[in-house]
Write a protein that binds this ligand. Structure first.
Ligand SMILES: [Fe+2]
Ligand SMILES: [Fe+2]
Length: 194
């Protein structure tokens, strides 16, 4: 696995749809890592996955879904369905975080989470992203990609050598705390008041 594929802030994509699609691939890789990690490394692999999911889903909620809601025919319904799926995944994430990665049900819950996240990503790719791309300009998608990357810069899934101490405290805590922090940064980047 190359560093670029696992470090969201180093990704080349400058179009927000391309960027989110690349992140779906990255999320699959991070699930693989958690599943394959020996028990003593499972916790840190899970934390990387939670960070990536927190930033990715928050970015979609703040950046893509509001546009989709306004710009697409039937956009409110499409977005509503995606939010229900995202909330189910968040609920599972919180339960897993509380139970800890060495709990007896962790791998079982991980499989459930992976199923939910994969189905959700597929729905976005099928029902939301193509229409979003068709209804936005390349310039709009470039600005949105920059906003998403700004949030990712504070949430490295694999900190660069030497930068760990500077970044590690920016996105820690419960999944909900990570999402709140990612939300603040994204809102700042796109100039929205919370
Ligand atoms: Fe999503
Ligand atoms: Fe997504």
């Amino acid at each position: 696995m190359t560093e670029k594929r696992t470090a969201p802030e180093l990704m080349d994509e400058t179009d927000v749809v391309d960027l989110l699609l690349a992140q779906h691939a990255m999320i699959r890789d991070l699930f693989d890592e958690v599943e394959q990690a020996p028990p003593e490394r499972r916790g840190e692999a899970f934390t990387r996955l939670v960070r990536m999911l927190a930033v990715h889903e928050t970015a979609e909620e703040e950046v893509v879904h509001p546009y989709a809601r306004r710009k697409l025919d039937g956009g409110a319904g499409v977005v509503e369905d995606r939010l229900v799926e995202e909330n189910q995944a968040k609920q599972l994430l919180m339960e897993m975080d509380q139970a800890g990665s060495d709990g007896p049900e962790f791998m079982e819950k991980l499989a459930l989470l992976r199923g939910a996240v994969t189905a959700h990503a597929r729905s976005e790719e099928r029902y939301e992203f193509p229409r979003f791309r068709a209804h936005t300009t390349a310039a709009e998608r470039r600005v949105l990609a920059a906003a998403v990357k700004a949030a990712e810069a504070i949430a490295p899934t694999h900190p660069h050598p030497g930068t760990e101490s500077a970044t590690k405290n920016l996105l820690i805590g419960t999944p909900v705390a990570m999402m709140d922090r990612a939300r603040d940064v994204i809102r700042q980047a796109i100039g929205k008041r919370s």
